[in-house]
Design a protein around this ligand. Structure first.
Ligand SMILES: Cc1cc2nc3c(=O)[nH]c(=O)nc-3n(C[C@H](O)[C@H](O)[C@H](O)COP(=O)(O)OP(=O)(O)OC[C@H]3O[C@@H](n4cnc5c(N)ncnc54)[C@H](O)[C@@H]3O)c2cc1C
Length: 523
């Protein structure tokens, strides 16, 4: 809002405008003419009329998010209060700069030292944050969450042009071959897993986990099998389309009858007598981005019962492929779907990895997926923590700020400690991904990644539950002050189930321990 050549008023002058036909208020040192707004006020006209002509900054902050101010302030602005100063941060500053709320950013971005990050990580984080603020502002996020629509293609194309889709897949061969720019101008050779971690962190802190999944999840877990196990021809055709935002892809493993028990998938792929194509029949369930996808990296049964009869196959949308949305706890813009294949012809050339050797490929892919889900957990928990801290600072009860209550502070301390512990574990594992060679990662990192995901998922669920408690009724309400916490909490249990449930991963990690145990070692 430009403040040159604007009218100024004394508080006495403002006070005279206190009737239904002429009502002004002061918020943060600025004067607003709310006469035409009174009847539109969701909580009724009287509450504003009672405060007409007064400074209502505290009352406004007690009941509204800053996005409400962003929406209405420009159109209702009348002038400045003479001699008053404004303290609200601008929308641009809030959405593009690092938060100064303690613990609202990973510690490196709050002045602490870290062996993992350097200036390139800060530049990258800020570039991604600016992209998000420009292309998907709070109002658009709200619209998506409420409509449940898939993110528009135009947004994917912008993400593609900015290099965000390519960066979503982390460092590696695909990025070195990628010719486009990356956010902040970082070179592919300098891009590491910490940059990738920052990218996921930025996209999941937007306050709408369903939309975040709608924008990225399918690509992040669905394209790596093509890059890692697809033929050169397949890669050449599919990868650029997905990284430009032209086409979308998802990972389709789970079936109604095979969830944690991946080796039991039943979706059949029967090879033709000529040996050139498979005919695929079966149903996949809870496939994130399924509705909006053109390609499905799909687990199919090509052989005998059990894990040695499973293959990975890239199935293209076409005749015989149907997708239907499955409503879940978060916004349908995630595109969680039932995917039905009925006699779909798929070229044998679309195999990802060897026939009947798909189980190993799926397991290989799980490491990165589980790490990514751990990043998501820390990001979602941190954003809710920021919301809850702001609320505890702002909310007044029993004559003071909530933050004055020892019980509230104890609650916050517990959830901060858990979040920071998970973040440290995450950064440690990320460093191993960056520095261990491929064989060593396969040998020793699967167990720790499983434990990390289990720990981060439990931490996130705990933090979200606590944040709802701190927000009170607002944390259980879809709109208003608690809406962000409500959205994160609604999705917080997902991460302990998908990509390997807590039970399955804890068991897996300890089986790895048992396998590595030196049998000569005795008490
Ligand atoms: C929102 C959402 C998005 C998803 N996105 C995708 C996707 O994009 N692609 C995809 O392929 N799948 C996806 N899934 C499916 C997800 O991976 C499965 O839900 C998950 O693998 C668990 O399978 P299940 O739900 O059938 O539960 P089940 O396997 O039936 O498990 C039920 C319960 O039993 C426990 N359990 C199972 N086996 C054991 C065991 N051996 N020991 C101890 N406890 C056990 C589990 O931990 C769980 O608590 C998604 C699911 C959801 C909810």
């Amino acid at each position: 809002m430009a403040t040159t050549n604007v009218q100024t008023f004394t508080t006495g002058e403002v006070a005279k405008h206190n009737t239904k036909d002429d009502c002004w208020v002061i918020i943060d040192g600025k004067v607003y003419d709310v006469t035409d707004f009174i009847e539109m006020h969701p909580a009724g006209a009287q509450i504003i009329l009672d405060l007409g002509g007064q400074d209502v900054t505290d009352q406004f902050l007690a009941f509204h998010r800053m996005s409400v101010f962003d929406k209405y302030a420009p159109q209702l602005f009348k002038g400045l209060v003479r001699g008053a100063t404004s303290t609200f941060e601008s929308k641009e500053k809030r959405s593009t700069q690092l938060s100064r709320v303690p613990y609202a950013e990973p510690s490196y971005w709050q002045g602490f030292k870290s062996p993992y990050y350097n200036e390139s990580h800060t530049n990258f984080r800020l570039a991604v944050r600016r992209f998000i603020a420009k292309e998907i502002d709070d109002a658009e996020i709200d619209t998506y969450v409420k409509s449940g629509d898939a993110p528009e293609k135009d947004l994917f194309l912008k993400m593609g042009r900015a290099g965000i889709l390519a960066a979503n897949l982390g460092p590696g061969k695909h990025l070195l071959e990628y010719k486009g720019p990356l956010p902040s101008g970082i070179k592919a050779k300098d891009f590491d897993y910490f940059h990738e971690m920052i990218l996921h962190d930025e996209f999941y802190r937007i306050g709408a986990p369903g939309l975040s999944d709608g924008l990225a999840c399918g690509l992040i877990i669905g394209l790596p099998p093509v890059i890692k196990f697809g033929s050169k021809e397949l890669q050449k055709r599919i990868v650029p389309q997905c990284l430009s935002g032209e086409k979308r892809i998802c990972l389709a493993i789970t079936e109604p009858q095979a969830g944690s028990d991946v080796a039991n998938v039943q979706c059949r792929a029967v090879k033709s007598p000529c040996g050139k194509y498979y005919t695929v029949t079966g149903t996949k369930k809870w496939i994130t981005n399924g509705c909006q996808s053109d390609y499905f990296s799909c687990a199919v049964r090509t052989g005998k019962k059990g894990l040695k009869g499973v293959s990975l196959l890239l199935i293209e949308r076409g005749e015989g492929v149907t997708t239907k949305k499955i409503p879940t706890g978060y916004s349908s813009c995630a595109g969680t779907s039932l995917v039905i294949f009925e006699n779909v012809r798929v070229p044998v050339a679309n195999l990802l990895g060897p026939e009947n050797g798909g189980f190993k490929c799926i397991m290989h892919n799980f490491n990165h997926e589980r790490w990514y889900i751990s990043v998501v957990c820390c990001s979602c928990a941190r954003r809710s923590l920021e919301e809850a801290v702001k609320w505890c600072e702002q909310r007044r009860a029993f004559g003071g700020r909530l933050m004055k209550q020892p019980v509230i502070r104890a609650r916050l301390a517990e959830l901060i400690a858990q979040l920071e512990a998970s973040q440290a574990f995450l950064e440690h594992v990320t460093y191993q991904m960056q520095n261990l060679n491929y064989e060593d990662q396969n040998r020793i990192l699967g167990g720790p990644i499983g434990l990390l995901k289990m720990q981060a998922a439990k931490m996130n669920q705990f933090v979200q539950d606590e944040c709802v408690q701190l927000m009170g009724g607002r944390g259980l309400t879809q709109n208003g002050m608690g809406q962000v916490v409500w959205r994160y909490r609604s999705a917080s249990q997902f991460n302990g189930i998908l990509g390997g449930s807590n039970e399955v991963l804890s068991d897996f990690a300890v089986r790895m321990l048992d396998r590595a145990y030196p049998r000569t070692s005795k008490l």
